[in-house]
Design a protein around this ligand. Sequence first.
Ligand SMILES: Nc1ncnc2c1ncn2[C@@H]1O[C@H](COP(=O)(O)OP(=O)(O)OP(=O)(O)O)[C@@H](O)[C@H]1O
Length: 347
Amino acid sequence: MPPTPMADKPLLKIEDVEIAFSSPDEADIVAVRQVDLSLYPGKTLCLVGESGCGKSVTARAVLRLNDQNSLIRCGRIRFSPSDGETVDIAALKPDSLAMRKIRGNQISMIFQEPMSSLSPVHTVGDQIDEMIMLHEGLKPKDARERTVALLDQVGVPGPRERANSYPFQLSGGLRQRAMIAMALACKPNLLIADEPTTALDVTTQAQILDLLKELQEEYGMAMLFITHDLGVVAEIADEVAVMYLGDVVEQGNVFDVFRAPSHPYTQALMRSIPTIARKKERQRLSPIKGTVPSAKDRPEGCAFTSRCPYAFEPCAGMMPGRTSVSGNHVARCHLLTENARKAEVPA
Ligand SMILES: Nc1ncnc2c1ncn2[C@@H]1O[C@H](COP(=O)(O)OP(=O)(O)OP(=O)(O)O)[C@@H](O)[C@H]1O
């Protein structure tokens, strides 16, 4: 399927954001730096990368949900709903009224573990009713009708009876569906999904991804989807941003990035996915050698240098800038600037 054009105006624009965590007896840890991302209505941006690379910290910053020892040191998070004014979320206090209005009203979040948003001591129906009553001011009876319709829409069988179940009485897949229903109760402009399918079996995972795509089409919402699984990216993303130790090292339209991965880290991630062709040719998977350095001892230059098979002189000393690959596809690698320089030298 060819890439679909983007709407002109981004719903969310993360500009040059740096997030650090303070600790009483150590220097601040910079978890995310110079992040620039744009999300468009009706489109999905996937954040991908190994554990600890800053995906969740970036996503949680959009809702100002990072731990209290976090600080957005610089940058802007501009949220521009079609029916309201642009607001810089980075400048809001996490517990301000403005932020509480955005949270759960215009931007919702779903997690890998539904129990992080569902209360174990209330039925799922009561929890969704309450959300609807809070946001839409409906009476309890009308709210329940909408809850039942929402549970039905997200594929919960027998929704009226299931609304009376406690979360522990539901299977993992149904709990995930109930959490999605709750996230949709306020008809958000943006849904943030933090590895919502990681804990599910492959069949349920595929069903939930299909469901999210259907709901996105119906509600026209933007999605920021976090995963470490490139298979999931291929399935759901319009745009992809690859993160490594807090830096976005490559980003662009998903077709362009998959067709021509240009950062050695993205290339290495691609080589580590199992494919039928590799199995037929009895090729071994090639895991990425070494480990991600600690954010506490962040190297000076490109953080991937210690694991990069192509590392050369400038890599350890200086973080490369963004080089355009094609269209909006960019990557941060000295090799690209070096190749571009060589290409400019006449033969
Ligand atoms: N409260 C905190 N205090 C100090 N450091 C933190 C805190 N929360 C997160 N970090 C650090 O921020 C960095 C990024 O973490 P983050 O959770 O965003 O990674 P991730 O890419 O989402 O990983 P995973 O896939 O495992 O969830 C990590 O080095 C982590 O240790």
